[in-house]
Design a binder for this molecule. Structure first.
Ligand code: FAD
Length: 394
């Protein structure tokens, strides 16, 4: 089993991101949430700090050997500790926007798109989910047909993060590009195609009205006879689904890091409040009923952090994909379910004030739920873990 130990460099980097988040994000998080405002200038400042290039090569403006996946998790945790919306913006920008191009793109595609994405001057989305295909993403209905040297894309995508900001330059989408014969009959051939923003027929529909993540950008997308060059195929034809699944495995570790940031915030807020709020003449933290819940928060935090950074360390160490996938599912499942529990506990500790938007605990409560849904629901993680154990679960 791979263990993890953050290096002094990782810890020093954590302090850089923590200071940035405290100065540039925390003071505004409540207002951005209230106004449903996507703070593009701050996202670009995060880019200047190098947060989008932590696992990208230097030739595209990334950190090269100075960065790794663990550093990305540290950055997501620290940003997510003050603002989950900005944390998911970073996670999706790298995990879903940059990484598929980095992993599967041609040299030309990398050169065209990565320098702007890696430095945070631009953002990319990842369109797998459709109105009728989420957990069962293979049921994609969006189609792309090759006509006269162009892919003609028709269909719709749902819930796509970072797809409609003023600096979004592309969305990579999965689409059926034909049918292939298998032992059990025919199945759809699914490929991944890069669709630049602004291509005629590609419409970014109005943003969703979400329960949480109000400062994060999420839209439905529609494609009506959208023509893009044949060269916009990302990776191999027919491998789109497999490529996206591989992308999601890494993304799950990063979502677990976002959940760790959420639990840390719950612990910090609860310790502070339980020390100052008095009832019956003593701080509520003097009551075991409250103190024990705070103790539980720390246990959840340490367990979630351990699982998350262990999975990240396995990825950085180049462990076999099957092992990383299993560790990622375990980390995502435990950390995200713990984050939801942690926000419930923290809100309870704040009593009536926990229900008021003037306290950040209410925002974290609303933001946490989606962690159990995005990039594979808890049920999907349990399915993957059971399959990893050799069970023939459907
Ligand atoms: C804010 C937000 C941002 C998102 N960003 C993106 C993005 O950038 N790109 C993208 O492609 N997608 C994105 N998603 C989509 C997200 O990944 C899906 O919502 C998620 O995978 C679940 O799919 P679904 O919503 O279709 O639910 P369904 O698949 O319809 O699931 C409904 C319920 O049934 C359960 N279920 C389904 N199948 C099984 C099974 N076999 N066994 C047991 N239970 C099952 C699920 O766990 C869930 O509880 C985002 C979603 C949200 C809410």
């Amino acid at each position: 089993m791979t263990s993890y130990q953050l290096s002094p460099e990782h810890e020093a980097f954590r302090h850089v991101v923590r200071d940035f988040a405290a100065a540039e994000i925390a003071p505004h998080a409540e207002k951005w949430d209230k106004d449903h405002h996507f703070p593009v200038e701050v996202v670009q400042q995060m880019g200047s700090l190098g947060l989008f290039g932590l696992n990208a090569p230097e030739e595209f403006g990334g950190a090269g050997d100075d960065g790794d996946f663990t550093s990305l998790c540290v950055a997501i945790e620290e940003v997510g500790r003050v603002d989950q919306s900005l944390g998911i913006t970073l996670e999706a920008a790298v995990g879903l926007g940059i990484n598929p191009i980095l992993a599967f793109g041609t040299q030309e595609q990398k050169q065209s798109w990565l320098p702007e994405l890696v430095t945070g001057r631009a953002l990319a989305g990842f369109g797998l989910t459709e109105p009728g295909a989420g957990s069962d993403a293979g049921a994609t209905k969006t189609k792309a047909e090759l006509v006269d040297g162009h892919w003609v894309v028709n269909g719709a995508k749902a819930f796509i993060t970072n797809s409609g900001t003023e600096i979004t330059t592309l969305v990579t989408v999965t689409a059926r590009t034909g049918m292939v014969a298998t032992d059990r009959g025919e199945r759809a051939e699914v490929s991944a195609i890069i669709v630049p923003s602004g291509t005629p027929g590609f419409t970014v529909e109005p943003a969703y009205d979400k329960l949480g993540w109000h400062a994060s950008d999420t839209h439905p997308l529609s494609f009506d006879d959208v023509h893009v060059p044949a060269d916009n195929l990302l990776g191999e034809r027919g491998r789109g689904f497999a490529q996206f699944l591989a992308t999601l495995d890494d993304g799950r570790i990063a979502i677990a890091a976002l959940a760790v940031g959420c639990i840390q915030a719950c612990l910090d807020m609860s310790v502070e409040y339980a020390g100052v709020r008095t009832t019956f003449g003593v701080p509520i933290g003097a009551k075991q009923g409250v103190a024990f819940q705070v103790a539980d928060l720390e246990v959840m935090l340490e367990a979630a952090r351990g699982l998350t950074y262990r999975a990240a360390a396995m990825k950085d160490a180049g462990r076999p994909h099957k092992e990383v996938k299993h560790a990622a599912a375990i980390a995502k499942l435990y950390a995200t379910e713990s984050a939801v529990t942690a926000t419930r506990i923290a809100t309870q500790i704040f009593g009536g004030y926990g229900f008021m938007e003037e306290y950040p605990v209410a925002r974290f409560y609303r933001d946490a739920k989606v962690l159990e849904i995005g990039e594979g629901t808890s049920e999907v993680q349990r399915m993957l873990i059971a399959r990893g154990l050799g069970l023939p679960v459907e």
